[in-house]
Design a binder for this molecule. Structure first.
Ligand code: 7BC
Ligand code: NI
Length: 126
């Protein structure tokens, strides 16, 4: 099974938010909770200026693909600025966080090697 998606094609899907991650909202583009996909899942997130995807870890590895803005990536305690065009690999169980320290919305896709986002257990450490 093969399909094509983009943010417009999921425009009927509400943004998801949580109080744990102020200024962060996201949508699911490839995810077995919403469609007949498996093996990999992909979501799109926006972090408003000053917003913070706070410190957490989860057992699956993760990839970020940054498509707009800039932010400070917390790599298990070491800080590195990331920006549009950067890609990030996060090993399973590695603590990480991402804060928007810029003036633009920080936008990125994330990929998990899981059927669905909902099976990823987030452990907060902040
Ligand atoms: O953007 C979200 C919101 C929970 O998650 C993907 C990014 C991450 O680091 O797990
Ligand atoms: Ni994560």
């Amino acid at each position: 099974m093969i399909f094509v998606k983009n943010l417009k094609s999921v425009s009927d899907q509400e943004w998801t938010t949580t109080e744990k991650y102020p200024g962060v909202r996201w949508k699911f583009l490839i995810d077995a909770d919403f469609m007949d996909s498996s093996g990999l899942s992909l979501g799109f997130a926006e972090i408003a200026p000053g917003g913070d995807l706070t410190l957490h870890y989860h057992s699956p590895a993760e990839i970020y693909v940054v498509t707009n803005g800039k932010g400070i990536l917390n790599k298990s305690g070491e800080l590195e600025e990331i920006k549009k065009g950067d890609v990030v690999y996060i090993k399973g169980n590695a603590e990480h966080a991402l804060k928007n320290n810029g003036k633009e919305t920080l936008e990125f896709y994330w990929i998990f090697p899981t059927d669905r986002f909902s099976e990823v257990e987030y452990i907060s450490t902040n």
